[in-house]
Design a protein around this ligand. Structure first.
Ligand SMILES: Cc1cc2nc3c(=O)[nH]c(=O)nc-3n(C[C@H](O)[C@H](O)[C@H](O)COP(=O)(O)OP(=O)(O)OC[C@H]3O[C@@H](n4cnc5c(N)ncnc54)[C@H](O)[C@@H]3O)c2cc1C
Length: 468
């Protein structure tokens, strides 16, 4: 098959790269490897970077640079021993839902992981919730899950919280239904729910903090829609419909691996953090640790904004891009996989899939792996807990895995920076992909951003059509 040359692909990039690129695309520029083929560097090997590489391949030769020794980014699948052998546990990104993730669902279908309706190597569990104030004997809330768990509806201590939770869910649904501006903050939205202040402070706000990795204060200037979107989109239309929590039996890492395996013109450079870019005529030169400088025709920055700003190094003429990248706010979260149930109520019937504990300033979740994962063939379930431990006073003692991740803080400043980056997409050969480029960070948004970049860089790529 005839490969597109740099000239044909650059013509496809057209307006984005500009006439200067086309004029200079014949220059060898002291690149000993230059064979005239179009070449793109992708910086960052998370979902967005890997998906971009997969979408561009084989139309374009892709060099994928990842700082860590393994690909995945926030997708990190650990393995533990179970009765049937190795069990995959996603430590970072784990949840998906065909209703919330239509493009990701099509990818799973194409890769043979699951049908678009979410059947296949997928486990679906009710997304039940317990929220307890630290030190309290009895939780503030234990959610019902119909038809199996009805008792929380009948306990008088639980009823005010169930009512407040339902109002929050309905309010979240309304944000989506009414297409409310993303810049409405949680602080400005909460009073409209009609929930009494003690339940706002003791339940609603902490719960929204919990699903955004824990800080109550940081949650106040979060985009209300972004902060609640998993809840609102995963819910059905009726008030009694539960959230269904879908996980992939082989883990999300297997999806990334399947994409890498399907590529024929991809070079992966893991353990090679990009330290700077340099403009050489119409091309860019990528400087990464431990790798000879690589000439490329375009660079896709598939790593959170502030990390991408660092990867630019001393590259000149990109002040607006650098400022917008630095304008995306991020924070870190640490998660632990452990055996000891230290963050959940002692009484088993009060436990849920997601168990949140509220202290004065933080509310973090401990997730039951027994509930979240496919049971073994003999029916046994893994008695393990995945807990957010960034702010915990006490750390688990029976620790299996501990990992730190980068989150996007979707506040009004981040939304402005994202809008600026969208306008700068492709300028000077720099492209942006990642969950961090959209108001809410998910496998779906990372994949959609990769599609956007691939459409610009390789509009003839056959894989574009697979995802619609
Ligand atoms: C704790 C946690 C839980 C989450 N849970 C879910 C979930 O259940 N479902 C869901 O859909 N989404 C979830 N998300 C969101 C998830 O992050 C996104 O779905 C998606 O994985 C983001 O992918 P990305 O490629 O945009 O970025 P990332 O995954 O952040 O990838 C960026 C990559 O760039 C690399 N990098 C950084 N600096 C450099 C450099 N200088 N040179 C080269 N490489 C570099 C990083 O090492 C990283 O691998 C979760 C996020 C977190 C943090």
């Amino acid at each position: 098959m005839d490969r597109p040359t740099r000239r044909t692909v650059l013509r496809g990039m057209g307006a984005a790269l500009g006439a200067a690129a086309l004029a200079g695309c014949g220059d060898a520029e002291d690149d000993p490897e230059d064979d005239g083929a179009a070449r793109v560097a992708v910086v960052g090997g998370g979902m967005a970077g890997v998906a971009t590489a997969w979408l561009l391949d084989p139309t374009v030769e892709v060099h994928l640079f990842e700082a860590r020794d393994v690909l995945g980014g926030n997708v990190r699948t650990a393995h533990v021993d179970g009765p049937d052998g190795r069990v995959a546990i996603d430590m970072g990104a784990q949840y998906y839902n065909p209703r919330v993730y239509p493009t990701y669902a099509r990818l799973l279908e194409h890769l043979g992981v699951a049908t678009a309706a979410g059947e296949g190597a997928v486990f679906a569990a009710p997304g039940t919730v317990t929220l307890t104030r630290a030190g309290a004997e009895q939780p503030t809330l234990v959610s019902p899950s119909l038809p199996e768990r009805t008792w929380p509806l009948t306990e008088s201590w639980n009823q005010p919280a169930v009512g407040a939770f339902a109002k929050m869910a309905e309010g979240a649904r309304a944000l989506e239904r009414d297409d409310v501006d993303w810049s409405l903050t949680v602080a400005d939205w909460l009073p409209s729910l009609g929930v009494e202040q003690p339940l706002i402070d003791g339940l609603v706000l902490p719960w929204i903090a919990a699903i955004n990795s824990g800080s109550v204060t940081r949650t106040l200037d979060f985009s209300a829609r972004a902060a609640t979107i998993f809840l609102s989109r995963a819910l059905g239309d009726g008030p009694l419909e539960s959230v269904i929590y879908y996980t992939l039996t082989d883990g999300m890492g297997a999806v990334l691996q399947a994409m890498v395996d399907a590529c024929s013109r991809l070079t992966v450079r893991a353990g090679a953090p990009v330290q700077g870019l340099e403009r050489r005529g119409a091309r860019l030169r990528v400087h990464a640790e431990g790798v000879a400088p690589t000439f490329v025709d375009a660079v896709v920055l598939a790593l959170p904004g502030p990390h991408a700003a660092k990867a630019l190094g001393d590259l000149g003429g990109v002040d607006a891009t650098r400022a917008a990248l630095e304008g995306v706010a991020v924070y870190e979260a640490t998660l632990a996989l452990h055996d000891d149930p230290i963050y959940v109520p002692a009484e088993e019937r009060l436990r849920s899939l997601l168990n949140a504990t509220l202290t004065d300033a933080h509310c973090e979740v401990s997730m039951s792996m027994a509930e979240a994962l496919t049971p073994a063939s003999d029916g046994t379930r893994l008695d393990l807990w995945k807990s957010w431990v960034t702010h915990r006073a006490e750390q688990p003692s029976a620790l299996r895995v501990r990992e730190t991740y980068t989150h996007i803080h979707t506040n009004p400043a981040t939304l402005r920076a994202q809008a600026q980056l969208a306008a700068l997409q492709g300028e000077g050969g720099l492209y942006f992909a990642g969950g961090w480029t959209a108001p809410f960070d998910a496998q779906e948004t990372a994949l959609v951003s990769a599609l956007d970049v691939a459409r610009r860089l390789a509009p003839t790529s056959s894989r574009l059509a697979l995802l619609g």
